[in-house]
Design a protein around this ligand. Sequence first.
Ligand code: ATP
Ligand code: F6P
Ligand code: MG
Length: 465
Amino acid sequence: MDDDGETPMPSLELHKLPTLAGAAIPNPIARHPLYHPSPSFFISPTDVVLRDILFDASPASAAGERRRRHVAAYHRAGPRREVAFDPATVRAAIFTCGGLCPGTNTVVRELVVGLSELYGVRGGVFGVRNGYRGFYSDEVVPLDPAAVEHWHKAGGAALGTSRGGFDLARIVDAIERHGFNQVYAVGGDGTMRGAARIHREVRRRGRLAVAVAGIPKTVDNDVGVVDRSFGFHTAVEAAQQAIAAGHVEAESAANGVGLVKLMGRSAGHIALHATLSSRDVDCCLIPEEDFYLRGAGGLFDFLYRRIKDNGHAVVVVAEGAGQRLIPRTTTTSASGACAGADESGNETFLDVGAWLKAEMRAWWEEEHAGEVFTVKYIDPTYMIRAVPANAGDNLYCTLLAHAAIHGAMAGYTGFVSGTINGNYAYIPMDEVAEAKNPVDTKDHKWAWVRSITNQPDFIRAGPTS
Ligand SMILES: Nc1ncnc2c1ncn2[C@@H]1O[C@H](COP(=O)(O)OP(=O)(O)OP(=O)(O)O)[C@@H](O)[C@H]1O
Ligand SMILES: O=P(O)(O)OC[C@H]1O[C@](O)(CO)[C@@H](O)[C@@H]1O
Ligand SMILES: [Mg+2]
C-alpha cells in the first residue's frame, strides 16, 4: 500500500515482438463481405495479456513484492487494423514436426482456410512434407481449402512429420528459393527451438522479410508459458479407456492389479489428468515425483494394503517415471531400442511398465507365495495420440491457427500463438522454446491426486531401492 492507502499499479514488462518493416495496408477483413467488424474487432499493438493474474496483495509478502511491481505482459492476439502483407503477395509454408498429437491436422487445415477465407490469399499456401527435412528433400504441396476440407476429422499428420533432420542453412535456403514470406511451424519444444533459429537466420541474412510463427504442439503438455498445448485434453480422454480396462481386469481377478502406462516423457501431465478424471486409480507415478518399490512405506507396501482393503488396485505410470530405478543393462526402451536418444536428441526411456510388471510379480512371489496374484499391463502409448482431436481441441486448434495468421499478417515474427490465462497472446518464440512445463508437485493439482488416490508420499517414507 502507498502512504495514502492506495495499492500501486504494477508496471508492465511487455514481451515485445520483432516486426517486419513494410507496408501498412488496411486489413482486408474490414472489407470482407461476411464480416461486419465492430469497433473493438481490431486489436491494437498496445492491447496486452498479463501472464500472472494471481497476487498476494499483502505488503508483507516478499514473493508478491516483485509481482506487485512488474507484471509480464504479451501482445494480445487478433486481427490488426493494418497488415504488413498484401494477400496477393503471401507465400506461406506450413509444416508439422515431432511426435503425433491430436489436432495437428486441424491446425494445418485452419491455417489454410484462414489465410484463404479471412485474408483472401489465393494460390500462395504450401505444405512442407515430413517436418524440417522436407524443406530440402521433398517437393512442397500446394494447399487450398478444398484440399484440406476433411483433415480435422483425421488423426495423425497429413503433411507427415519427423524427428531430426534440422539443417539450418538448407532450410533457410529453401525458404529463400521458394520465396516463402510466412512460415508456420506446428510442433513441440524441439520444433520451436528450430523455428527460433530459422527466425534468427532469416533476420541475419537481412534481405528476407519472412514472418516466422509457431503453434505449440505436444501431447505431453510439456511446453511452457502457454496454458496447455492442443490435443492434450483429447489424449487424456483417450487414456480413460485404458484405465477403465485396467480397472475391470483388476476387479475381475483375485488380488488383481491393473497397470497402465501413459505418455509423458519428462512431464506427467497426462497421467495426472487421466488419474484425476478417472477416479479408479489407486496410485499415479510421474517423472517429477520419486518413488521406491520395496520396504516399509514403498509402492509395494502401499499396493498390498490397497489389495487387501479393496481386492484390487489400479496403477497409472507415466513413461518417464522411475527411470533411475530401472537397471540399464537388461531392459530395453519403450520403442524396443536400448535407452539412448532419438533422432532429435531426446532421451529415449526404458520401459517402466514392463519393468514394474516384472518387479510386482517377483515381489509377490517372494513375499506372498501361495496367494494368487494377477497383473494386467496395458500400454496404450500411441493410441492416445493417434486419434482425431475432440470438439474442444478442434475449436482450440482453430483459434490458435487464426491467431497465428493474424499475427503473421500484421508483420509480427518470431512468435508463438497460445493462450495465457484463457486469452490468446503472441509470445516470443525463444521464450516458449526454452520454457519447460513440469508438473508442480507443490501445487494444488498434485494435492488433488493425493486426495483422490490416497497414495502416500513415497519420498519421506524410507530409503530408496
Ligand atoms: N535445438 C534445436 N535446434 C534446431 N532444431 C531442433 C532443436 N531441437 C530439436 N530440433 C528439431 O525439431 C524437430 C522436432 O523436435 P522433437 O523431435 O524434439 O519434437 P518436438 O517438436 O519437441 O515435439 P514433441 O515433443 O511433441 O514430439 C526435429 O526435427 C529436431 O531436429
Ligand atoms: O516414438 P516417437 O514417435 O518418437 O514418440 C514418442 C514420444 O513422443 C511423445 O509423445 C511426445 O514427445 C512422448 O510422450 C513420447 O516419448
Ligand atoms: Mg518435445
